[in-house]
Design a protein around this ligand. Structure first.
Ligand SMILES: *[C@@H]1O[C@H](CO)[C@@H](O)[C@H](O)[C@H]1NC(C)=O
Ligand SMILES: *[C@@H]1O[C@H](CO)[C@@H](O)[C@H](O)[C@H]1NC(C)=O
Ligand SMILES: *[C@@H]1O[C@H](CO)[C@@H](O)[C@H](O)[C@H]1NC(C)=O
Length: 309
């Protein structure tokens, strides 16, 4: 009796120790799986920083190739944009997956896609421009002849007297409420000082990457999400022809101003920049991916009939 009780006590002890050991090992394995990596200022404090980061596959000479005409005398933001300001701005978002998600090719494609939007929106290239119309991205850092002051009634983000909210930045920001929202996110008072976006290239890139990484509404994906494969379309999305790919990034950023209108120039121009950059980065336009356009997509957030971008 006595010895059998001792035996069962020993068995129990062994079981408990084994269970503890298993939990311990499991805990360690789990920790290892979620290893945090530090690559210095460029990318630190996240699992995304363990793989290649942007400077590993996108270097200054490539930036110069993509935006080869931006510092020519006729360019309107001559001397403003540079590689370092892009990398410094990206460093805030690399730990969240910007240019650091998935296989190397997906990372490179995300940078080509993001910069494709930027290049298209800041281009002063036209049909007969030297170097071709796609070589003129980052030609502007602000709208040249605004037709209005882009001030709308807003309780939360009222216009600062004298301030103008015309298009500025790498993915141009318009309207006081958009300056207010982005300023709040970046902790810079853009509502009082919208001009910062045409004075500071790092801030201009930060605002653009924030826009790329942030869903416009709750329960909606960001442009980053639909591009890197973080997003599963609902039945409604599928019925609206919204599927993962470059096309859906245009839907999120420009809505029905660009999407659901067939193969219009403004949409084709953004796609052309993306593919031109894929070629220059050595990925190749044949890797553009499925659902490249949004010609037939219904907007995630249709614009109100009276509002414009
Ligand atoms: C790191 O790279 C591997 C292989 O390319 C990829 O499967 C994995 O998803 C990457 N990690 C993250 C956090 O994206
Ligand atoms: C430009 O913006 C960045 C990011 O907000 C900031 O760190 C930097 O100090 C700014 N530079 C100048 C000259 O204001
Ligand atoms: C799906 O779309 C229909 C029609 O536009 C809408 O009434 C419904 O609320 C949507 N369902 C979801 C889950 O979004």
């Amino acid at each position: 009796m006595g010895s059998s009780r001792r035996v069962s006590a020993v068995v129990l002890l062994v079981v408990v120790v084994a269970a503890l050991a298993v939990t311990g090992v499991y805990g360690k394995e789990k920790k290892k799986k979620e290893k945090i990596c530090n690559k210095g200022w460029e990318c630190s404090g996240s699992v995304y920083c363990c793989n290649e980061t942007i400077t590993d596959y996108f270097q200054v000479y490539q930036f110069e190739e993509l935006f080869s005409k931006r510092n020519t005398p006729v360019a309107h933001a001559n001397g403003f944009w540079d590689y370092q300001s892009f990398i410094t701005a990206a460093a805030l978002y690399e730990p969240l997956g910007f240019g650091t998600t998935g296989e190397k090719q997906i990372k490179m494609k995300e940078i080509a896609a993001f910069l494709g939007h930027v290049g298209s929106k800041t281009s002063c290239g036209y049909g007969v421009a030297t170097g071709g119309p796609l070589a003129w991205g980052l030609c502007y850092n602000h709208e040249l002849s605004p037709s209005q002051s882009y001030c709308t009634d807003s309780y939360v983000y009222p216009c600062t007297p004298g301030a103008e909210y015309y298009g500025r930045g790498a993915l141009p920001v318009y309207w006081n409420d958009n300056y207010g929202i982005i300023g709040e996110a970046l902790k810079v008072d853009l509502l009082s000082h919208p001009e910062y976006l045409e004075q500071n290239a790092t801030l201009a890139f930060q605002a653009a990457i924030w826009r790329w990484m942030t869903p416009m509404k709750k329960k909606q994906p960001s442009a980053h999400d639909v591009f890197v494969g973080n997003w599963k379309p609902t039945k409604n999305d599928t019925l609206s022809k919204r599927l993962p790919g470059f096309g859906a990034t245009m839907n999120i950023l420009y809505s029905d101003l660009v999407c659901g209108q067939g193969f219009i120039d403004s949409m084709n121009n953004i796609i052309s920049h993306y593919q031109y950059y894929l070629d220059l980065m050595g990925v190749g336009r044949e890797q553009s991916g499925d659902n490249l356009d949004c010609a037939e997509q219904a907007a995630f957030n249709p614009t109100a009939p009276t509002a414009t971008s």
